[in-house]
Design a protein around this ligand. Structure first.
Ligand code: ATP
Ligand code: MG
Length: 456
């Protein structure tokens, strides 16, 4: 049982028994071999973002609470009940900072872009990856620390950038081998258009007030659009018969939407119009979209995005249009698993078997040279201070590591300045391949034979 020392008031230390050390509910460890899947996904994303000329941005996990209240909106699940917020210790003036662990990253990106005047010489394409924090009820596909990858294009107004972002996401699904998704789109129009719709929407819901649940009634006048987004099946009928936003759009908004659809069609990206797809706040406008799957149960949205042309101004920046999306990494990885796509676990190219501890200085020199040459080598290391362990146990470890070769640093070979290279996977390596002796002072001459590509 681990013990922790704490200082009591008298300054003496008293051991305090910690009952059980476990991760916080809803927050997960990502362990090997699973972490390899995360790295694989992140590598794919980095490559793809580079090809679309999106550049990486990294903002702090802690921000002023007010940033999210303004950037996400007061009448939202996140701000109403999901944020991890606290008061910082007071500074020397006695002021407390109200801080929040970011529940999403768009508000922070907008803050950073404004604070550093990033749009001074034109639009910027940015992407991020990292943990987000929301105090939701943990369940499959819904955690309290979860991870998002997001892309934001700031300073561009046309539908071609909305389309670029959707094509980027579709290209990512393709690279990841994901086929089980559908794209839902909608247009929220502009604030004036939404105001007219809003009045009729409220009238409709008032007429059917008995069909609304408590949350809907509460939001009826503060955020009626968000009622359309309800997950309550009992409200299906009242929501489906509600006035449709699209019928309130003017010609400019419709032209933007048509522009997007034409590009999607030309690129054979199938989409469906979902009239209930909304964002509840005034600074969201025009395009909204979601990538959805039926294979993950209730948590079926893997990626969500849209335009927020009024947010930058709302946050105190110079007015500039913007559009972006965020995907849920856990859900995407779960979908990959669900589809049976296999991600290979990394294995070392070689395992160093070291019969005598006295050989270690030479061995580590050789391994250093091999790794510099691009070879991945796992060194045998002993769990006890008494020597390196038997050859039998070392070879068992070598096998377990998945390495394709053992490097055997026996005393006789070392005396001749050589190391024995033994293929461990004869069925793959071909039985013709036998153990060889290689010179320690010229690693470059034989390192290549350990590579997965060259080893037959
Ligand atoms: P949902 O409707 O599932 O609650 P949301 O509208 O709150 O999603 P966004 O804020 O748009 O989600 O976040 C984008 C994506 O991040 C979601 O589509 C989802 O894939 C993922 N996501 C959101 N919340 C969580 C969470 N608590 N755990 C895991 N993934 C999440
Ligand atoms: Mg949510």
């Amino acid at each position: 049982m681990p013990e922790k020392m704490t200082a009591d008031r008298a300054g003496k230390s008293a051991p305090v028994k910690i009952e059980k050390l476990a991760a916080v509910k809803g927050m997960n460890d990502i362990l090997p071999p699973d972490s390899a899947r995360w790295e694989w996904l992140e590598d794919k994303v980095r490559g793809l973002m580079g090809r679309y000329a999106y550049r990486n941005i990294r903002t702090p996990i802690l921000e002023h609470t007010q940033l999210f209240v303004r950037g996400i909106g007061e009448v939202t699940d996140i701000v109403e009940k999901e944020m991890y917020s606290f008061e910082d210790r007071s500074d020397k003036h006695g002021d407390h900072d109200h801080l929040t662990m970011r529940p999403e990253n768009t508000a922070s990106v907008v803050r950073a872009v404004t604070e550093h005047n990033l749009l001074y010489d034109g639009g910027k394409r940015l992407y991020y990856m990292g943990p987000m924090f929301r105090r939701e009820r943990p369940q499959r596909g819904r955690y309290r620390q979860f991870h998002q990858i997001g892309a934001e294009a700031l300073g561009f107004a046309g539908p071609e950038v909305d389309a670029e972002l959707i094509l980027l996401a579709a290209a990512l699904w393709k690279e990841l081998g994901l086929t089980d998704w559908r794209l839902e789109i909608n247009s929220l129009g502009q604030p004036e258009e939404r105001a007219q719709h809003r009045a009729q929407l409220i009238a409709h819901f008032e007429q059917h007030a008995d069909a609304l649940d408590e949350e809907a009634r509460r939001r009826l006048h503060s955020n009626p659009l968000r009622i359309l987004d309800t997950k309550n099946p009992a409200m299906k009928a009242v929501v489906e018969s509600a006035p449709r936003l699209i019928d309130f759009l003017g010609s400019q908004s419709l032209a933007h939407f048509e522009g997007l659809k034409a590009i999607l069609d030309a690129n054979s990206i199938p989409w469906t119009l979902n009239h209930r797809l909304v964002r509840g706040l005034d600074y969201y406008n025009l395009t909204v979209f979601e990538f959805v799957t039926d294979r993950l149960g209730a948590q079926g949205t893997i990626c969500a995005g849209g335009r927020y042309d009024y947010l930058i101004e709302q946050m105190g920046g110079k007015p500039a249009p913007a559009v972006g999306w965020a995907l849920g990494v856990e859900r995407v990885l779960e979908l990959i698993k669900e589809q049976g796509a296999l991600v290979e676990h990394p294995v070392p190219d070689a395992y160093a078997v070291i019969p005598e501890a006295s050989a270690l200085p030479v061995v580590l020199q050789t391994l250093q040279a091999l790794r510099a040459a691009g070879i991945s080598v796992q060194m045998h290391a002993s769990a006890t201070p008494e020597g390196m362990g038997s050859m039998k146990s070392q070879f068992k470890r070598a096998d377990g590591s998945g390495a394709r070769f053992a490097l055997i640093f026996g005393a006789d070979e070392l005396a001749e300045g050589r190391v024995a290279v033994k293929p461990l996977r004869s069925e793959k390596a071909g039985s013709a391949q036998a153990q060889t002796l290689q010179p320690l002072n010229d690693v470059a001459a034989w390192a290549h034979m350990l590579c997965p590509d060259t080893a037959v």
